[in-house]
Structure formats: C-alpha cells, structure tokens
Design a protein around this ligand. Structure first.
Ligand code: SAM
Length: 307
C-alpha cells in the first residue's frame, strides 16, 4: 500500500508559502508533502527535507530538482546544520508530519506493525541505537512497565511487562507476532476493543526512536530559527505528542501570569515576556479523508505563526 499524505491541502495552505521562501520538511517519508511544497515555491525558493530513515532518503534522492535537498538524520539535529550552513538565517516555514509512514508500517521486517510477522526492530534510523527486541531483552520489568505506561498509556503495563520478562527467560522474543501473542494473553478479552497490541507497539516505538525528546527539541529550536511571520505546521497522531505541541503553543503564545498587585512595572514585564508565537488554528481530517485514508483518523494539524 502506498503512503497517502495526511491533511495535504490543509498543511500546505497553513505554510502560507512564499515563492522565494526557504522551507523545511522535517519528516520527508514518501515525499507527499515535499512534492506539494515544491509545486508552490518559485524558481528561487528552496526546500530542505530531512528523514532519519535511510530508505526514505534514498527515495528523496530520486527527486531531481535544483531547489530540493535531502538530509539523513534526526530533524532536531539536521535542522541546525541546514539553518547555519544553507539558510542565511532565514527559514520561512517548517512542516512536521510525525510518526511512521505507510512504507515503514507495511515493511514487515522493520517491526512497526503488529499485523505482520517480522523482526522486532522498530528503529526509524537503523544505523544507530538498538532494536526493540534487544531493548526488551536488556531491560528490567520496571523499565518496560514505565515505558508502556508513559508512552502508550497502557492500563495493563504491569502484566504485559512481567509476561515479557518471563517469555524472554525461556526464549528471546525477536518477532513482532511473538510480542502480540504475549500481549493478547495479558489483556482480558473484554478490554480488547482496539487491537490489544496498539498501545504497547506505540509505546516501544516512541521510546526506541526517542520521539518525545525529538519533538520537544525541535519545538524549541523552531521558534528560535524561524523568520518573523513564518509558520510552524505540525501533524500529530497520538495524544502524547498532541499534548506536547498544544502546551508548547499555549506557553509561547501568552504573557507569563503575574498575580494582581504584583510589584512589577509594564516595562520590566516586557523583559519576561515569552509571547513568541500566535496560534492560528487546529484542523482535523474530514470524514471523506478518513474514509479514503483510515491512517488519518487520529491526525490533528496544529498551526502557529512566529511573531
Ligand atoms: C508520517 S511519515 C511522513 C510522510 C510524509 N509527510 C509524506 O507525505 O510522504 C513520517 C516520517 O518522518 C520520519 N521521522 C519521524 N521522526 C523523525 C525525526 N525525529 N527525525 C527525522 N525523521 C523522522 C519517519 O522516518 C517517517 O519517514
């Protein structure tokens, strides 16, 4: 199945693209959003794309366009080089379409899918870090429980983590479907509404790819490097990343709170001001998009403008 870009029209409109602007697509994936940005910039515009997945970068290298550049690595790292080396202190918009692509999900041996048998790897960047199966083997029960609870909001985190430890003592869990089997046996049938492995797979993937830290870092960097009036456009797919973006936007779109009568002058208050962005809006996919592309059902697009 090919990757269908989520909220494509809405995210491109949200970027308010200038023909001469310099843009960053931090999550190239299958290039759906990048190709649309390229259609909207003029001859002197530029697009820098990033992906930490080597196969996505290989795909990007097939785009022969003098205005397009693709870099391998994490967006929080690569964006700094792009800004310093190539952008002359001017980036006009950043787009992030978080999570995994359909290509990654559908390639069984990448280990992202609980529907297909494959090696339990789950790394987006296979040139660094450790695969999920090895992390499960090396970790203690408490650590696994913590990850499942915090990154998957899994109610049965304790039970699943104990079962993982027990199974690993008998035989190393290396396959996705072995993990699915353990999860199935740990969650009572009556609580199995969604696929029971959804939360555990999400949690391990977030942990293995350091997704929360990556997101927090890029948010902080973005407001420093984006030009005035430029846009930060982020598509989130689960409640944890959605909450992080929402709270960040809220924090930097308000003045700090000083209680009534607090002894501070207006001039001094300006020094503490942390109002750096204006929240534009959030958009969810409509029913037609969700029907056409079920992967989009949990997506939320959040848009902010740099002041
Ligand atoms: C949902 S897909 C993007 C799809 C893309 N917008 C399209 O329309 O084809 C997310 C992509 O971002 C990459 N990715 C996720 N987190 C990343 C990070 N911190 N740094 C770099 N790439 C990342 C993944 O490897 C994946 O290819």
């Amino acid at each position: 199945m090919k990757h269908i870009p989520v909220l494509l029209k809405e995210s491109i409109t949200a970027l308010k693209i200038k023909r001469t602007g310099i843009y960053v697509d931090g999550t190239f994936g299958a290039g759906g959003h990048s190709l649309e940005i390229l259609k909207n910039i003029g001859k002197s515009g530029k697009l820098y794309a990033i992906d930490q997945d080597l196969s996505a970068v290989k795909l990007g290298k097939k785009i022969y366009d003098p205005r397009f550049f693709i870099k391998h690595g994490s967006f929080s790292e690569r964006i700094k080089d792009i800004y310093i080396k190539h952008c002359n202190n001017k980036i006009n918009g950043i787009l992030l379409d978080l999570g995994v692509s359909s290509i990654q999900l559908n390639t069984a041996n990448r280990g992202f899918s609980f529907m297909k048998d494959g090696l339990l790897d789950m790394r987006m960047n296979t040139s660094t870090g450790i695969p999920a199966w090895l992390w499960l083997k090396k970790s203690n029960q408490k650590k696994i429980e913590f990850v499942l609870k915090n990154f998957g909001e899994e109610k049965y985190a304790k039970k699943i983590s104990f079962s993982i430890i027990e199974r690993n003592k008998q035989k190393t869990i290396t396959r996705t479907l072995d993990l699915v089997d353990i999860i199935n046996k740990s969650i009572p049938r009556k609580y199995q509404h969604k696929h029971p492995a959804t939360r555990t797979f999400q949690a391990i993937r977030i942990y293995i790819n350091n997704e929360i830290q990556e997101l927090k870092k890029i948010l902080k960097i973005s407001i420093k490097i984006l030009a005035n009036k430029s846009r930060l456009v982020i598509i989130c797919f689960h409640s944890i990343e959605n909450r992080i973006v929402k709270n960040f936007f809220k924090k930097y779109s308000q003045y700090p709170f000083f209680p009534k009568g607090f002894p501070i002058t207006h001039k001094k208050m300006q020094k503490y001001k942390n109002k750096k962005i204006k929240i534009i809006k959030k958009i969810k996919p409509n029913q037609i998009e969700v029907k056409k592309n079920p992967r989009s059902r949990s997506a939320i697009l959040r848009i902010a403008e740099i002041l």
